[in-house]
Ligand binder design. Structure first.
Ligand code: ARG
Length: 589
């Protein structure tokens, strides 16, 4: 038995189609948008009739007749020229519910071909605090990581630290200007060097913008930074030691942000980890005539016939010998291929880097950097905007730090939680835990519920509302079920076998049965918003059920026990899906 209810029904109807010499694919069953006509519908009789040059109503009538004989349907009817409406018997629904609720993934692993996937997300940079741009990379990436693991894929998650290239040379030379007496700048000093970092992460945050500004005014400084970058890449011992300090303090800082956001990485590799691989890679590409010289730079041409836009070559090495963002990305692909032999490598990175990834992927294919069938995909996303509709900036026009966004969200959550009277119910520690979870849920759900490629406006007041399609509301719905189940336990009311007695129960079961479809579609399209839609549907259907049906107050013991089971399974599924979105549910609110 396949776990997806729609697949079961589709194959049942498909079989009937086959027996009538019609294409089984046309027997596809979908959830009905008009529940009053039936729980499901199948519109395939029309297409089948057209192909077979028969009367659609006649075909549909025959299908209905055959389906009646199965005994699985409580209602079968025809509408219009040949639409089939159907509702399952309560027995069938109950059996399905039982199978679904005994499976940790609610049957979602069925029909998913598991693969080895590398997810490249987060993407922080040395010396630059994570900013608003990394928010989406982290939230979306982590959600896809959890989803893929849920579906049974083997997932490698790699943070791909931005730790190589010109910014490193700029930082080294800027530090030299401010602290010339440090031992790192002398080429002849082979070490050992101090184990304590000469710079803190806060200093680095200041140093980088000032170095960057200086390089724009002072050509000689820029030249020295270029040279330092090259020497660092060549193994200059002092620069290497200083660089290691910068990396270490930066990594420690970003770990705080990732912990706050619940992001998990199996690998902490960076661009620099490809350094040893680059010379042999360049050597190979040259000897196989895959790269060429262009104005002194080594490039791989990646334009293809039929290109509508200009496709510049991927620059691997500039005339000064320095390697670029694309070089480390290409070498990283070769490293990943060697280390993991993945089926897919997915990059969750700002949509504005799409040209870069197109160039890198084309170069990788042209250069045979992976086996030919490895799937490389850039999972882009839109920007986070301010209320003025432009990319979010601080009041004085600066880059918004990720940490301050998170802190603002938690601060807003504290307000909302107090307004809801929770400050009177809980002690300070629990209240703070709730506010933190509400704040994080608010930004995550708001981010993930948008179509990935759209921009959205960062509006904490809207995100933290305890109503509608917000994270806090979905969370609150789960907490309410928790507290009801706790009460049941206190009153020694136990859950029991399902016994369907109301339409609201049937609708809730149907909603629960949709998880496999939602999870598959979300994974296929790398679209967490589909999971948001699913959890929203669940909480809506649960509310309707709770409105129509007594649970704790139900007199009939068997029905009450059945409803407690339904509540427990609904809670489990809501919590599961929220977990896939990176949202933790508190015990009480
Ligand atoms: N560090 C980059 C940035 O801040 C993102 C890295 C994305 N991953 C990659 N393999 N290029 O823009």
């Amino acid at each position: 038995m396949t776990a997806s209810l729609l697949n079961q029904l589709s194959s049942l109807v498909g079989q009937v189609f086959t027996e009538m010499d019609l294409e089984p694919e046309l027997g596809r069953v979908v959830i009905s948008q008009r529940r009053e006509l039936g729980q499901f519908q199948c519109n395939g009789a029309l297409a089948a009739a057209k192909k077979a040059r028969k009367n659609p109503r006649e075909i549909a009538e025959n299908v209905v007749q055959a389906l009646e004989e199965t005994g699985h349907f409580s209602e079968l009817s025809l509408a219009g020229p040949g639409f089939i409406n159907m509702s399952l018997t309560d027995q069938y629904l109950s059996d399905h519910f039982k199978a679904l609720s005994s499976n940790a993934q609610f049957g979602a692993r069925d029909g998913h071909k598991s693969e080895k996937v590398i997810l490249d997300f987060g993407g922080p940079n040395v010396a630059k605090a994570m900013h608003v741009g990394h928010l989406r990379a982290t939230i979306i990436g982590e959600s896809l990581r959890r989803l893929r693991e849920f579906l049974g894929d083997s997932v490698v998650s790699d943070v791909h630290f931005g730790d190589w290239g010109l910014p490193m040379g700029l930082l080294i030379k800027e530090i030299e200007l401010t602290k010339p007496d440090l031992p790192y700048f002398d080429k002849n000093n082979e070490g050992p060097f101090p184990s304590e970092s000469p710079v803190t992460v806060d200093e680095l945050q200041e140093l980088y913008p000032s170095a960057s500004a200086r390089s724009k005014e002072d050509a000689a400084f820029l030249e020295r930074a270029r040279e330092a970058t090259f020497e660092l890449q060549q193994g200059h011992a002092g620069y290497r030691a200083l660089w290691q300090h910068m990396l270490d303090v930066s990594v420690a800082e970003t770990k705080i942000d990732f912990d706050l956001l619940g992001a998990h990485f199996t690998e902490w590799n960076g661009e620099a980890d490809t350094n040893e691989l680059i010379p042999p890679m360049l050597e190979r590409l040259k000897s196989e005539n895959l790269s060429e010289l262009s104005d002194g730079a080594t490039v791989v041409r990646v334009e293809e016939e039929g290109d509508k836009k200009e496709m510049p070559p991927l620059i691997l090495q500039k005339s000064d010998g320095a390697v670029m963002y694309g070089t480390t990305d290409l070498a990283t692909i070769e490293m990943r291929e060697a280390d993991h032999k993945p089926d897919s490598i997915l990059y969750v990175v700002d949509a504005r880097q799409s040209l870069h990834f197109e160039q890198v992927f084309r170069a990788a294919r042209k250069c045979g950097s992976t086996r030919a069938d490895v799937h490389l995909e850039h999972i882009g996303f839109g920007t986070v905007n301010g209320k003025d509709g432009k990319p979010l900036k601080t009041r004085d026009g600066g880059v918004v730090r990720l940490r301050s966004l998170i802190e603002d969200a938690i601060e807003e959550a504290r307000k909302v939680v107090n307004e809801a009277g929770m400050d009177e119910k809980f002690d300070a520690g629990e209240l703070e835990d709730i506010a933190t979870k509400v704040g994080i849920a608010a930004i995550k759900f708001a981010d993930l519920s948008n179509q990935r490629m759209s921009n959205y406006v960062f509006d904490l007041e809207r995100f933290t509302k305890f109503e509608g399609k917000t994270g806090p509301y979905q969370m609150y719905a789960a907490v309410r079920i928790k507290s009801m189940l706790r009460k049941a336990e206190e009153q020694s009311l136990n859950p029991g076998p399902l016994q369907i007695s109301a339409d609201a129960e049937r609708n809730l079961i149907l909603a629960l049965s949709q998880l496999p479809e939602a999870a598959h579609a979300a994974a296929d399209k790398n679209a967490p918003h589909i999971l948001c839609d699913h959890v929203y549907t669940l909480t809506q259907e649960f509310n309707a059920f709770y409105h129509d049906c007594h649970v704790l107050g139900e007199e009939d013991e068997a029905i009450r026990a059945s409803r407690l089971t339904l509540c427990a399974v609904t809670l489990k599924q809501i919590e599961t899906v929220l977990h896939l979105l990176g949202i933790d549910v508190p015990e009480r609110m």
